[in-house]
Design a protein around this ligand. Structure first.
Ligand code: ATP
Length: 730
């Protein structure tokens, strides 16, 4: 007894002695065994230690009350036990194995976890929520319904069809508890299950927990702020500042510390701890060479941990049992990615995704039409020739009463007024001023003897400078808009060529003389009047689906992550691969309809003719959509908040779009950019799409199959990185 007293008054020494003397039988009978656990949050340059050499032993079939003030590390410890967080140092054994080891059902069916936050899908009904977890645990419908009936009445919940968002905070927590109890797990981890519960129901919950621990040997770890209710536990652990102050049966703690309540025992231990801290704190402040972290550790006679190496005498004792963390984490991350997906978990995740979609039909319809609206706007606004371009006209020949003929009028009649619209001016200076003020895109000037000069040049072959000058239209252009000035010049040049032919025919000269010595034969691919739209539309179709998939996937996963929903599903045993596969399958149908609608609009309404197999074009767009989803998943693995997702997604949209030759041909880029553009996820896929759409190429052509290969490779790359990152960021 005196040994025990010693060990309790000196907790670390006590824990150490306990560890060293533990018999093998006892260890085997432990449902949860945590030894020398160290856990840091953050990175080495800014880390925060949440657990400091914590040791915890929970025998099978026991109720363990984990007590301590807010922020002492209870939730962190539970998340380590359940396999969601990896320790920086130390070892956790749950139901005989390391959590997350192959074939182990922790995380999975063997553990029921009720997190502190509600972590429920707010638009689901109570029944849908229970069915989701039931399907994840591979329970059949009959079992789910019978458990649902029991839990609804036991936890005093309203109708099964009531939506979670319509429940009070306390009722939502009880639904959360119901989800944890649903599959009758071997191990129950409940993070403050009795908060917001009335005393009668609290009593009922405790009776049930005692009942299942006695009849089914369920092991229960429960954290609570109501210290006195933990008296019903078989064992309690008292934590403070990431350390375990004491761990024993409640009655023994009361006896040892000669107190009447656990509250007082805890107070006593805290005071003792505080007294131990105080002198060392002073010392350390005087020495002025230690951080706050090291101070608190010093006070327990434990030398400061090196955050990176985590070395302490205590951990050195068990050095052989502990495994170096970074290698271990990398190995475990790789193993996480290689777990074979299970059909029932994919099914459960799919039902969950479909239920979410069912709850927001309006948003679903909106999703169908986003690509249609985008491609329509693109086809309407981009790539068409500018029309009704306003130009000023100073026709000196007309002002002077056509002294040498009216050929200038004939030429002006040839210019399509739909494209260039002339406004006549009687004064050249006024016309120029109007251009300078931005009312017109330029001035076209005819000399007073234009008609005579044209005849002299064409019929009498006069080529003196005065004739050449007078027989030309002089254009003074505002060239600030390249596209507008290009169209103006092009229209005037083409019309002038037609005009010259007319003049030649009129004077019985072969009009072919006016043709330039270039003959554009029937094009190998495409049509003679090919528009910019035909070049850009294939790339846009790919880009629209790609970027839409990025945004939606990243947002969905980050919201689920932030609200603890993803973590809860992971603890129920779902892997990232399963979640993602379910997401892709459900999104398949949405994307399928999006792609069909987009192609119908582009092809039928906006005449972007798809010369090659439509199925091949659709398959490529679809594959790129999956690539976008994988990239979205990677973004959600990196980000914690929606705003971060928006920043990363938007920040990558333009660089990818601009450098992949979607908007402007890659041939126009500087050599270095052209080389770099090979490494965007869009460049080769867009090129393959153009080949299918404009050249009618199929998979036998290198550029087409290479596009498919590149899209698949980026998809696998993003997906693998996301899965590893999710596993590593535990
Ligand atoms: N993701 C995180 N990143 C950084 N620090 C964290 C993170 N989660 C918890 N912490 C810190 O770790 C310490 C322990 O937190 P934890 O949530 O485990 O405490 P707790 O005992 O469960 O508190 P409560 O009873 O209020 O839930 C706290 O100081 C907290 O600020």
């Amino acid at each position: 007894m005196s040994d025990e007293l010693n060990s309790l008054s000196n907790p670390i020494a006590g824990n150490q002695a306990l560890l060293e003397n533990q018999s093998e039988n006892e260890t085997r009978d432990l449902a949860v065994c945590v030894e020398g656990a160290w856990k840091n949050y953050g990175y080495w340059w800014k880390s925060m230690t949440a657990l400091r050499d914590v040791t915890l032993h929970v025998p099978t079939g026991n109720i363990y009350g984990l007590l301590g003030p807010s922020g002492c590390g209870k939730t962190t410890l539970l998340r380590c036990i359940v396999g969601r967080l990896q320790l920086n140092r130390g070892e956790v054994t749950v139901l005989g194995q390391r959590p997350g080891s192959r074939g182990h059902e922790v995380p999975g069916r063997a553990v029921g976890f009720m997190p502190q936050e509600t972590a429920l899908y707010k638009d689901f009904s109570i029944s849908e929520m229970l069915h989701y977890f039931g399907h994840l645990h591979d329970m059949n419908r009959k079992d789910i319904l019978s458990r649902e009936k029991f839990l609804l009445s036991f936890l005093d919940l309203p109708s099964r069809s009531k939506k979670i968002c319509q429940l009070s905070g306390g009722q939502q927590r009880r639904v959360s508890l119901a989800c944890a109890l649903l599959q009758q797990p071997q191990l129950l981890l409940l993070d403050e299950p009795t908060v917001g519960v009335d005393p009668l129901l609290r009593e009922k919950i405790w009776s049930h927990l005692i009942h299942i621990s006695q009849t089914s040997r369920t092991t229960i770890i429960i954290t609570t702020h109501y210290i006195e209710e933990a008296r019903k536990a078989n064992r309690v652990g008292l934590m403070r500042s990431g350390r375990m102050l004491a761990e024993d049966e409640p009655s023994r703690l009361l006896t040892i510390y000669n107190q009447t309540s656990l509250e007082n025992v805890f107070l006593h231990l805290c005071l003792e701890d505080q007294n131990r801290l105080q002198p060392n704190l002073m010392n350390s402040t005087n020495e002025n060479d230690q951080t706050n972290t090291t101070v608190s550790i010093n006070n327990q006679n434990i030398p400061p941990p090196d955050v990176v190496n985590g070395e302490t005498p205590h951990s050195q004792i068990r050095r052989k049992e502990l495994v170096k963390n970074p290698v271990l984490r990398a190995k475990r991350a790789a193993v996480d990615c290689c777990i074979c997906p299970k059909a029932h978990k994919i099914y459960a995740s799919m039902v969950k995704d479909l239920t979410m979609i069912k709850r927001s039909i309006g948003f679903l319809i909106f999703q169908f039409f986003i690509p249609v609206v985008q491609i329509s706007l693109f086809c309407l606004c981009i790539g068409r020739d500018p029309q009704h371009v306003p130009m000023a006209l100073f026709n000196s020949e007309a002002i002077n009463g056509f002294p040498t003929g009216n050929l200038s009028l004939e030429l002006l009649n040839k210019i399509n007024s739909e494209q260039v619209h002339f406004t006549p001016f009687n004064d050249f200076t006024n016309a120029m001023n109007a251009v300078k003020e931005g009312h017109y895109w330029g001035v076209a000037v005819f000399r007073y003897n234009f008609s005579q000069a044209i005849i002299n040049k064409l019929i009498f072959a006069k080529t003196d400078p005065a004739t050449l000058n007078a027989s030309s239209i002089h254009l003074y252009l505002d060239m600030t808009n390249q596209q507008v000035s290009f169209v103006m010049q092009n229209v005037i040049l083409t019309s002038t060529q037609l005009f010259l032919k007319d003049v030649l025919s009129h004077h019985k000269v072969d009009p072919a003389l006016a043709d330039p010595p270039v003959i554009v034969e029937i094009p190998v691919y495409g049509a003679k009047g090919q528009k910019f739209l035909n070049f850009a539309a294939p790339g846009m179709m790919i880009s629209i689906i790609f970027f839409l998939a990025i945004g939606l996937t990243a947002l969905i996963f980050v919201v689920e992550k932030k609200e603890g929903l993803l973590e809860r599903s992971w603890i129920a045993g779902v892997t990232t691969v399963e979640v993602m596969l379910a997401h892709i399958i459900v999104k398949f149908f949405i994307q399928f309809i999006q792609i069909i609608l987009m192609i119908i609009f582009a092809d039928v309404i906006f005449q972007v003719k798809i010369e090659g197999p439509v199925i091949l074009a659709m398959a490529l767009i679809f594959l790129q959509g999956i690539c976008g989803m994988s990239y979205g998943l990677l973004i959600s693995a990196m980000c914690e908040q929606e705003v971060e997702v928006m920043e990363v997604a938007l920040g990558s949209v333009f660089p990818i779009l601009l450098s992949s030759g979607v908007i402007w041909p890659a041939e126009g880029m500087p050599p270095i950019m052209r080389f770099l553009s090979n490494f965007t996820p869009l460049t080769h896929v867009v090129e393959a799409m153009r080949c299918i759409v404009s050249r009618a190429w199929t998979l036998v052509y290198f550029k087409v199959w290479f596009g498919f290969v590149i899209s698949g490779a980026w998809t696998c790359g993003f997906f693998t990185l996301a899965a590893i990152l999710f596993a590593l960021r535990k």
